[in-house]
Design a protein. Structure first.
Length: 283
């Protein structure tokens, strides 16, 4: 929706705003959710969450209605490629593959940390409340990081912004593991990694829109995000599996660092020029 409603020069900024709003939801819901679980149990809390989620459905209906009434920008004669043609064009472009690989790493990192940070801290003798507070801080600081990433992606080459984010994730994790573990080093890590948490979203979506156009942005962005979710599954599952095998999280922490460096490298050769300026392809 944002890709179609916002002009190209402000698109990355708009993606940053929307992702920052989602991050505030994480910051808000973690302590609130924990409170309701403590007071009412899991079942009642999940029912409450379902009710909150259902209130968003009318917004989807409203935007769909805008599209059907032609109040959103419509494809022009130059952008009438079919969905199949759009897919073939994207998959034939190396930049799309590199972007997809990078988003896989993003999913692996954030879900490993989100799912296993608290168990890791418990394993090290740190209270569970520290882990819960840390995850809330991740959401809070990601509001700022995601917004800033959207601003920078509108002013700098987006591939460089992404490369820097992934590289800095690895740096932050290395520093966290190297420092003596304490409540305050956990909070500092949460703030730093939170700043980088979903800051990949605005530049990633902006590259897809800039290179391949907005008509099939939902489809092409969805495929890239599917790669993110495969990484998310492996981050959660492999974190637990390697812990069971080795008795600690050392191996998966090292893997998370290495993947961050890998993602930083693969984003550098991405070509951000619109395909229509390179070949007579999808607009």
């Amino acid at each position: 929706m944002l890709g179609k409603m916002v002009p190209p020069e402000r698109r990355a900024w708009a993606f940053g705003i929307s992702a920052a709003a989602g991050s505030f939801g994480q910051f808000f819901m973690i302590p609130v959710g924990q409170f309701f679980i403590t007071q009412n149990g899991w079942s009642a809390s999940l029912i409450g969450l379902a009710v909150i989620t259902a209130t968003i459905a009318p917004l989807g209906w409203y935007f769909a209605k805008l599209g059907s009434e032609g109040k959103l920008p419509q494809p022009t004669a130059a952008t009438q490629a079919s969905a199949g043609e759009a897919l073939r064009t994207a998959f034939a472009d190396r930049s799309y593959t590199l972007l997809t690989l990078g988003y896989f790493v993003c999913g692996f990192q954030v879900v490993f940390i989100g799912a296993h940070l608290t168990p890791y801290l418990l394993d090290k003798g740190i209270a569970a409340r520290v882990g819960v507070t840390a995850l809330a801080l991740v959401g809070l600081f990601n509001c700022f990081g995601t917004y800033l990433a959207g601003v920078l992606a509108g002013k700098l080459p987006k591939r460089y912004v992404l490369s820097f984010i992934y590289f800095m994730r690895s740096v932050v994790i290395v520093i966290f593991l190297a420092l003596p573990l304490s409540e305050w080093t956990v909070y500092a890590f949460a703030a730093a990694i939170g700043f980088l948490w979903l800051s990949t979203v605005p530049p990633t979506n902006a590259i897809i829109a800039q290179v391949y156009g907005v008509r099939y942005l939902g489809m092409l962005g969805g495929i890239v995000f599917f790669s993110h979710q495969i990484g998310s599954f492996l981050g959660a599952w492999l974190g637990g599996k390697l812990y069971d095998v080795t008795g600690n999280y050392n191996t998966v922490w090292m893997l998370t660092i290495a993947l961050g460096v890998f993602a930083a490298i693969v984003h550098l050769p991405i070509d951000e020029r619109a395909l229509e300026s390179r070949t007579p392809a999808l607009a």
